[in-house]
Design a protein around this ligand. Sequence first.
Ligand code: ARG
Length: 431
Amino acid sequence: MKLWSKGFEPDKMIEQFTVGNDRELDLRLARYDVQGSMAHIRMLESIGLLKSDELEVLLKALGEIADVIERGEFRIEEGVEDVHSQVEFMLTAKLGDIGKKIHSGRSRNDQVLVDLKLFMRDELKHIAKAVERLFYRLQGLSEEHKDKLMPGYTHLQVAMPSSFGLWFGAYAESLVDDMQMLVAAYNVANQNPLGSAAGYGSSFPLDREMTTRLLEFETLHYNVVAAQMSRGKTERAASMAIASIASTLGHLAMDVCMWMCQNFGFVSFPDELTTGSSIMPHKKNPDVFEIMRGKCNRLQSIPNEIALLTANLPLGYNRDLQLLKDIIFPASTELIECLDMADFMLQHIRIKDGIVEDPRYDYLFTVEEVNRLVLEGMPFREAYKKVGHEVQNGTYSPVREVNHTHAGSISNLCNKEIADKFRKVAGEIMG
Ligand code: ARG
């Protein structure tokens, strides 16, 4: 059965091809669809398109559907195209003609738009919460291990002293930038498209400010065409934030894989958090971080997928847009799983002591020595040459002391300042 049924039913193959897995994906929109409908009918009543007793009856029935959804019992029946149709059919089955009044002044095009905006707002908040958990985990580890030195590399060659304080703290601060992207995506999502109907508005005097207030949107997508254009744009902004976080997390996962390798051996995990080999009895592999790295790399492709899906679409609604859900919904879930898994694993990370005592890291301290000579009055280039020659002729002997005191360095991590920065940005999305 179709909302647009006019005496014929579409071919079964056509139905299956066009609906695809939309019924399943739409289940995640159900609660927002009801929320949007409640705001819409309150507004219809305020402009005289529904009587107040009709409004009461409709609100009650929608409330009952909302309960079914919250209990996890809501289903989109076979033959019903999407969540919007299912809710309307349920209302009509229960209330008859009153149920049929609800769709005045709207289209499924702005209905799905509003559902997606409400959904993305919540989803971006969930992502922000998961980022926040990982942020504080990393900051805690940075403080806990701030005195443990590790080699810093450039060109993957031993370079200068670094520390676990710096390493953990770096990923925490990097998440602040990602949080900026989340806030931007949140602001794009936080605008009301309802009332744009099929994409060109309506001849009913819709009170769009009223639905904006009722749905607690920050503002309106005023221009109805721009509102329709936001389908794809909202998802694209969210996908960019997701990709940005995924890039940070994928990088962290790569570091862990490398630091776990016996050639480094800087970090380890309890046996039960590693995985084995079917042939090599000694193996304790970092599969968790490899899967995380793979998923995060894949997640970085979603802005591209969305760009290709939406490139050069004609203005107005096109059914291609339906496929956006299949990109963004699983991506967001997968990212949250990766963030939570990173948080879980890092609770159990073990850091090796005395890493830089190993003679292979002697040269980490050459710059330290150059700087010591400079502070004694030798010009930098001379000090550089002197230490360079010592290294070259094998007379250099390292003093394993680190005197980094400036802001953001080994002995002055500025974790508090970074936390302040995080709170300021995160506050914009989490309140
Ligand atoms: N399932 C559709 C989507 O996600 C709902 C909107 C349908 N609109 C239409 N004109 N066929 O885009």
